[in-house]
Design a protein around this ligand. Structure first.
Ligand SMILES: Cc1cc2nc3c(=O)[nH]c(=O)nc-3n(C[C@H](O)[C@H](O)[C@H](O)COP(=O)(O)O)c2cc1C
Length: 410
């Protein structure tokens, strides 16, 4: 038995023991607050079917896709995708923040060609818009993450695969010959953590993205109202391998390491030799720590307002984070990016690229891989128009100079 498997099984036993103890004597009875997967609703066995159509979709704007997706998806699944934490203030604010900043175009810049491509950590993207890591694409469409991977490959951009994918990271990688990164929900079980990151490396993922913002489950009121939990029948492609007891395997998967430290991220680098991009950065201090610890990227995210209601919009947090990072590592931003103009504003404010979550899932729901592709193409086209109209020929040239400031002449 190899080392990692031994660790896994030992810790698995501990998980079971801990569960038994906490069942006998609730933590809060001892004045402690639960900080584990224990407050995350378990999956169900309920049957589920997402969208089945495959074909290009007509898009007026990506915001309107939500209503279209609502019409075809089971209520619980649509609610899971579309909702946010608590009052959903942060979720709404993510998009609203973009509307409070305007673009200042320059005229007569003599531009006839627009280059949308970017290179980030060695990955060449056709556009500065990538696929955010989202669990359970099967909630949206029967093709699950395979459909999304095909869309991203056709769009020539990058997909971040979630630990919580329905399909295995290997199958998703096989459907996407293009650039790909792996998002890690860092498990408590070190052996399982090692298994995940080494699997990712072997499958061709070129960066690991530990998520730091969703370690305990902030209540999502829509899911509570719908009594919805992600059906296990959709699959859990990245469960611990080689375990015959699925319940025990799922328990290990659900048990995230809450007391994450910078050593944990350094360990990912040591184990894999891959760049580490920290996902869920919302403060300049954390961003600076990413740089100081020799990590490779800052991913500004509040989980699309799903993790911690009450934190600011990512776009609001971005300028101070970009100032702290000073270009030393790339910055990716997600949350509420719905229009090509939002992408432009995020790039101007200091992001190297943005990622989208829900819009791509709605596209997937409505048209499978071609529907998701339509979303990327639509946002790319509006970004290209925005660049032409503002006089910025390439992504590098989009700077804060192109954001309107009332007192620019003073
Ligand atoms: C259905 C769904 C599942 C998600 N699952 C994950 C996940 O497994 N890991 C993760 O780091 N983020 C996850 N996220 C958050 C996204 O990576 C991203 O931060 C967010 O969707 C961006 O906001 P947007 O949906 O407004 O574009 C999920 C988001 C959605 C909508």
């Amino acid at each position: 038995m190899d080392q990692s498997r031994r660790e896994l099984l030992v810790t698995g036993t501990l998980v079971a023991a801990a569960a038994a103890v906490s069942a006998a004597q609730p933590a809060h009875a001892q004045g402690q607050v639960m900080t584990s997967a224990a407050n995350r609703p378990p999956p169900t066995d309920a049957p589920y079917q997402g969208g089945t159509n495959v074909g290009k979709i007509d898009i007026v704007n990506t915001l309107e896709l939500a209503e279209e997706a609502r019409k075809i998806l089971p209520e619980g699944g649509f609610g899971y995708i579309s909702s946010g934490a608590g009052s959903e203030w942060t979720m709404r604010e993510n998009s609203a923040a973009f509307e409070r900043v305007q673009i200042e175009p320059q005229a007569a810049t003599g531009i006839s060609q627009i280059d949308l491509s970017v290179e980030i950590l060695g990955s060449r993207l056709s556009m500065p818009i990538m696929m955010a890591p989202c669990g359970s694409h099967g909630l949206a469409h029967i093709s699950k993450e395979i459909g999304t991977a095909q869309a991203v490959a056709a769009a020539g951009t990058l997909m971040v695969t979630s630990t919580q994918a329905n399909e295995s990271m290997e199958a998703i990688a096989a459907a996407n010959p293009g650039p790909k990164w792996f998002q890690l929900y860092f498990p408590s079980d070190r052996g399982y953590a090692r298994e995940l990151i080494l699997r990712a490396k072997a499958a061709g993922y070129t960066a690991i993205l530990p998520t730091v913002d969703n370690l305990v489950g902030f209540p999502r009121e829509t899911n509570i109202r719908n009594d919805f939990r992600v059906p296990v029948s959709l699959g859990k492609g990245n469960m611990p391998r080689g375990m015959t007891d699925t319940t025990a395997a799922l328990a290990i998967m659900r048990h995230r390491k809450v007391d994450l430290s910078w050593d944990d991220f350094a360990w990912i680098k040591e184990e894999t030799g891959l760049p580490v991009v920290v996902k869920g950065v919302m403060s300049p201090k954390t961003a600076l720590q990413v740089v100081q610890h020799g990590l490779d990227g800052v991913y500004v995210s509040n989980h699309g307002g799903r993790a911690f209601d009450g934190v600011p919009a990512t776009f609001t947090a971005l300028p101070r984070i970009a100032d702290a990072v000073e270009g030393r590592v790339p910055i990716i931003l997600d949350g509420g990016v719905r229009r090509g103009t939002d992408v432009f504003k995020a790039l101007a404010m200091g992001a190297n690229a943005v990622a989208i979550g829900r819009p791509a899932l709605y596209g997937l729901a409505l048209g499978g891989w071609e529907g998701a592709l339509s979303v990327f193409e639509h946002m790319r086209d509006i970004l290209a128009i925005s660049m032409t109209l503002s006089g910025t020929p390439n992504v590098r040239s989009i700077t804060r100079e192109y954001l309107y400031r009332a007192n620019a002449l003073t």
